[in-house]
Design a protein. Structure first.
Length: 305
């Protein structure tokens, strides 16, 4: 396991028992929701885990979603509506993309985190919030604060309890784990039964991938391969089921470094058990390109006397 991930897990164990809000930050798709759920499991809280993306909600709608409203709060507000803080109970409430939330709403949220109290929209009655907050964002708190996307008080009072989730490129050894986990969830996500395993070559191929979208991109690749393999009646996901996604995985550069391309072709041939045509399909190039790249000789400068 990568040292950066070991550090993240250690901080999760340290912060889990407390009721203090925790900030989770990292690139999009790194698995912040998964990590927040892990933090919740470590906490031992009796109520469940709840995740809500504030996205780019307008301030009024964000308040309504978080705090709820009473009848008459709006023109169409005929019935009272509990907010996310109420429905989370004593569990954990993850607020994703917090940095997109209006600073005025962040101020009201800070009161809940500090004092545990708030009022529903349209009401003066003080209510108590018992949930534990996890706050997810795509950049580090200091940067977001300097960009005026994160409330200073929120950053300074709770920013010390933060966990950085490293990108997948820094924890490549985890790729097979995340791929297997994604495959296990495919049946529930799609509503159809399909293959339950990868071939060794397919898993090796996934391990070679460069996923700019991190775990989320990897999960999407697995899902599409799952459906294609199912359609073909295959008992396992194999390399041919990844289709055009392998262009991103192998990154064959038509006008790139010949030696780098030769190594990519060698890997494709290895995964294709030496079959030139299949290797070409994996790379999205012609058969002749594979043959030509395989025959590239590395030139070295003659030694000077």
């Amino acid at each position: 396991m990568a040292p950066s991930m070991i550090e993240a897990i250690s901080r999760a164990h340290a912060f889990a028992p407390a009721k203090t809000p925790v900030i989770l930050y990292g690139e999009s798709g790194t698995g912040k929701t998964f990590f927040a759920e892990y933090l919740h499991q470590l906490s031992g809280r009796s109520d469940g885990f709840h995740a809500f993306s504030v996205g780019t909600l307008a301030p009024q709608l964000a308040e309504d979603e978080l705090f709820g409203h009473v009848p008459g709060a709006y023109t169409d507000a005929r019935k009272a509506r509990p907010g996310r803080i109420v429905t989370a109970g004593t569990g954990t409430l993850l607020l994703d993309d917090l940095h997109t939330l209006d600073l005025g709403v962040q101020t009201k949220l800070l009161q809940v985190m500090e004092r545990g109290t708030y009022s529903a929209v349209g009401s003066d009655r003080v209510q108590t919030g018992a949930c534990r907050f996890a706050l997810a964002m795509t950049d580090d708190p200091e940067t977001l604060m300097n960009k005026q996307k994160l409330l200073e008080d929120l950053r300074y009072r709770f920013g010390a309890c933060d966990i950085w989730i490293p990108p997948l490129r820094e924890r490549r050894m985890e790729i097979p784990f995340h791929a297997e986990r994604a495959l296990q969830r495919c049946a529930d996500k799609t509503g159809v039964d399909g293959p339950t395993r990868f071939s060794d070559a397919a898993l090796s191929l996934l391990a070679e991938g460069m996923y700019e979208g991190n775990v989320r991109q990897l999960e999407g690749i697995v899902l599409s391969a799952y459906l294609l393999a199912r359609y073909q009646g295959a008992p396992a996901i194999d390399v041919q089921h990844f289709g055009i996604h392998l262009k991103a995985v192998f990154r064959y550069q038509r006008h790139g470094n010949p030696e780098a391309n030769r190594r990519v072709v060698q890997k494709a041939l290895q995964l294709a058990a030496g079959n030139v045509q299949k290797a070409a399909q994996l790379l999205g190039v012609s058969r002749n390109t594979v043959i030509g790249a395989r025959c590239v000789q590395v030139r070295t400068e003659p030694k000077r006397r």
